[in-house]
Design a protein around this ligand. Sequence first.
Ligand SMILES: [Zn+2]
Length: 48
Amino acid sequence: MADKKKDKKPRVYKKGRGCPRCGSGTKLAEHKDRFSCGKCGYYEKKQG
Ligand SMILES: [Zn+2]
């Protein structure tokens, strides 16, 4: 029954990937095929 994972860590942030809208202080969250900003919703696709 103790199968719940309450280990909710923030998403992994890639270094050097700052949001162009919020500034370099806000890193984009890495997803499967894109990076996205949790603040303003900006995202950009991964290349390659
Ligand atoms: Zn942003």
